[in-house]
Design a protein around this ligand. Sequence first.
Ligand code: TYM
Length: 348
Amino acid sequence: MKFYFSSGKRSKKINKKGRKLSKKAVFSGIQPTGNIHLGNYLGAIRNWVNMQDLYENIFCVVNSHAITIRQNPAELREKTLDLACMLVACGISPEKSSLFIQSEVDFHPALAWILDCNIFMGDMSRMTQFKDKSQKNPKNINVGLFNYPALMAADILLYQVDFVPVGEDQKQHIELTRDVAMRFNRDFGECFKVPEPLILESGARIMGLDDPNSKMSKSATGKNHAIFLLDSPDIIASKIKKATTDSNSEIVFDKSRAGLYNLLSIYEILSKKDRGSIEAEFNGKGYGVFKNALSEVVIESLKPIRESYLRLKSNEDYIRKILNEGLESVKPKAEATYNRAKELIGLV
Ligand code: TYM
């Protein structure tokens, strides 16, 4: 049996004999593009928050990834800080996690270059996110967009972590990260810990409310596509009311009824009820009753986040302080890994 005691940021597990055991480590990132939606929250952020006591945690606002799509510089600066604020509002605790901004650690693009030289064009060309994004931005299919997974691999590998908690759409990028880490270790000597994706079944792929066959996404333009964490209660209720369902009336978990299945999955996660009791709760009742209950649970779950975000937003110094402390704690790890990779490959 293992016990935990908290001694601030670097709490350690202890076993029966009182020996300290290091916790496993996680790294994850999120882009400061668009507004954060329920998919980001249920697929990633909420899990990061809930797992904070179990792991050593590093979370990153990946602003360098954001410039693969053309950004307004002033807006990008603002959104980067806003996102840090939102992560803290969601429950990322500076006592338990290091939070930092990607562009403040130059080892990320530096390691990405070394990895670039060890990833094959064929492997990179298979990335579905590149295909999606280049279809959506046909006038700006830049080299950075293509190379994006190398930078993502660098983000992860710099910190020697065990797990990468993400939504399902990132799985392919993490597989590429594992491949390049193993190849580098084999060809040049042990350098990187090979991480595993941590994808929880529930919430891993939240779909658009207007189109339950496509993933909820920051870049989709439909007015009722996504619920954003900062949406007002009225807007949330109206989006759920208009969410696409079908002409059946039975409220049951049935994957072939994609719209309803998506809404029920959201309800399942946020209400913390099991599927059997949810089906019993709405047995004989129609979509109207279910959608009202769903609105209520979404509104109640997001309310404390909105309130906390608004409070934190007026305290930029506090957020800056968290980011600076995060930066100080992660930078030496990144530096050590980068220097080892540089030496192994013959650059020093
Ligand atoms: P990003 O910014 O698109 O999304 C952040 C996180 O939200 C998850 N997510 C979803 N989960 C469930 N349903 C959805 N509809 C949904 N939409 C998004 C994503 O899976 C992700 O976990 N490439 C990454 C950012 C990144 C990164 C990293 C992540 C850069 N470096 C290193 C992990 C480790 C991205 O674009 O996430």
